[in-house]
Ligand binder design. Structure first.
Ligand SMILES: NC(=O)NCCC(=O)O
Ligand SMILES: [Zn+2]
Length: 483
């Protein structure tokens, strides 16, 4: 059986042209004029684009005394509803737990995934076992390792562990990722705020000012430079962090920055809402910032100093958020966004003129496919690629509402936002999974996508590197010890 998408305009990261797309056995078989297939899908008035890739999700994640409520079934359904055809989730080993054992546990969660998925492995502790198992994790198709510089006493790793892990990544051709916030300062500020009686959700934002993110981003970049490895900074939310990335890139270092759709479009005023639930539902790390920071993130996407828009989808119900009544440090951190990322980015990016359609495809799909070494299997409309395709109707609109969403939680941080630009059809490896508002997803259809490491050594190419290599000086006379 073949399928053909007819009468549409193909939009990729670097081209826009009118052509039909023929699909067979889950892949793009041909692109051209007047193609014929067994089943036809009319894309008149639509853009035919690579399905979105969200490289930052936390589905059924154990965190802050509970589990995030969207699992691989509801989370991937939400993704597909909004035109995202692949997610990359995080495997989080417990302290002293084997990375391979944790990977098995995470893999067990994916049986009902409706779209393709991959993992990043988190480095949550350090030792000989972790050092050795990192190589096996890479061999299993996972050449990216996440490091939390925040969540002191839980997921956080210290600088010596960061440096050791970054060097190991360099040797393996793997990419280190960082959640860049200074966890020591956040802990101290949180304590101070609680002692002063600031225990509401707004104090969460006060405990994580842009400086804690800027400092950690600078530190991670310097440590990556010393280890000779590229770096990917997740959820860049502010100018301080963006500035560090921009500066490093200007110096020739390979540093990538990922803003979230939430930080691009929602601001800190949400935390001052008089309704405790409203504010707590928006508690995430880093917190929402002001309009100047948002402007910086949009400028970064336009200029290319930031490359990828993600969600960090980590959805907790209102009841879960209420664990933190009376103590903001106990509010589970995280917000949703998987279903809304593409429509909101299109509406606030393309429809406003901030992004071109090609830049939209780059930021929502192609760039991350390249960074994570799965291009052009993913993130491309090209013969031989997986037929992960979204047929995008730029005229379809809706008002976002939790009452109609696929996520299982009881609210939506974008509630009431009108979006124009929605999928008409979504294909996951050639299978029709969404037709406008009709969900045809199949739990279990999703497959793990194995990724290759870069050929080691995977240098960050700092311009200072070569001249700072250690030299031993041969001396003729060595003074006697003064003791
Ligand atoms: N971002 C957030 O608040 N929750 C998810 C865990 C993380 O990525 O920090
Ligand atoms: Zn995250």
């Amino acid at each position: 059986m073949t399928k053909v998408i007819k009468n549409g305009t193909i939009v990729t990261a670097d081209r826009t042209w009118k052509a039909d797309v023929l699909i067979r056995a889950g892949q793009i078989m041909a692109i051209g004029q007047n193609l014929q297939g067994d089943e036809e899908f009319d894309a008149s008035g639509c853009y035919v684009m690579p399905g979105g890739i969200d490289p930052h999700t936390h589905l059924e994640m154990p965190f802050m005394g509970t589990y995030s409520s969207d699992d691989f079934e509801s989370g991937t359904r939400a993704a597909l509803a909004g035109g995202t055809t692949m997610v990359v989730d995080f495997c989080l080993p417990a302290p002293q737990q084997s990375l391979l054992e944790a990977l098995q546990m995470w893999d067990n969660k994916t049986a009902k995934a409706a779209c393709d998925f991959s993992f990043h492995m988190a480095i949550t502790w350090w030792g000989k076992q972790v050092f050795e198992e990192m190589a096996q994790v890479v061999d299993k198709g996972i050449p990216s390792f996440k490091h939390f510089m925040a969540y002191k006493g839980a997921l956080m790793v210290d600088d010596d562990e960061l440096y050791a892990s970054f060097q190991r990544c360099a040797a393996l051709g793997a990419l280190p990722l960082v959640h860049a916030e200074n966890g020591d300062v956040v802990a101290a500020l949180s304590q101070k705020l609680l002692e002063a009686g600031n225990n509401g959700p707004e104090a969460h934002a006060y405990s994580r000012p842009p400086e804690v993110e800027g400092e950690a981003t600078n530190r991670a970049i310097m440590i990556a430079d010393m280890a000779g490895v590229p770096l990917y900074v997740v959820h860049v939310s502010c100018e301080q962090s963006h500035e560090a990335i921009r500066r490093a890139r200007q110096k020739g270092m390979r540093v990538y920055g990922e803003p979230l759709i939430q930080h691009l479009t929602l601001d800190e005023s949400e935390y001052f809402n008089a309704d405790w639930d409203h504010a707590a539902r928006r508690v995430m790390s880093p917190p929402f910032r002001n309009r100047q920071h948002q402007g910086s993130l949009w400028a970064g996407l336009q200029a290319g100093s930031l490359q990828v828009v993600a969600t960090d989808h980590c959805a907790f119900t209102t009841d879960q958020k209420r664990y933190g009544v009376g103590d903001f440090t106990k509010i589970p951190n995280g917000t949703g966004g998987l279903e809304d990322r593409m429509p909101v980015l299109w509406t606030k990016g393309v429809n406003t003129g901030r992004l071109t359609m090609n830049e939209f495809v780059a930021a929502s799909s192609t760039n991350i496919a390249k960074i994570l070494n799965m291009y052009p299997k993913k993130g491309a409309i090209v013969e031989g690629a997986d037929a992960d395709i979204v047929v995008w109707d730029p005229k379809r609109s809706k008002v976002i509402s939790a009452s109609r969403q696929q996520s299982v939680i009881d609210y939506n941080v974008f509630e009431g936002m009108e979006v124009t630009g929605l999928p008409r059809f979504v294909f996951s490896r050639g299978e029709l999974v969404v037709e406008e508002s009709n969900m045809k997803t199949r739990p279990g259809h999703g497959r793990f996508v194995a990724r290759e490491a870069n050929p080691a050594p995977n240098r960050a190419l700092s311009i200072w590197k070569e001249i700072s290599a250690p030299r031993r000086i041969e001396r003729s006379g060595i003074p006697a010890s003064g003791v």
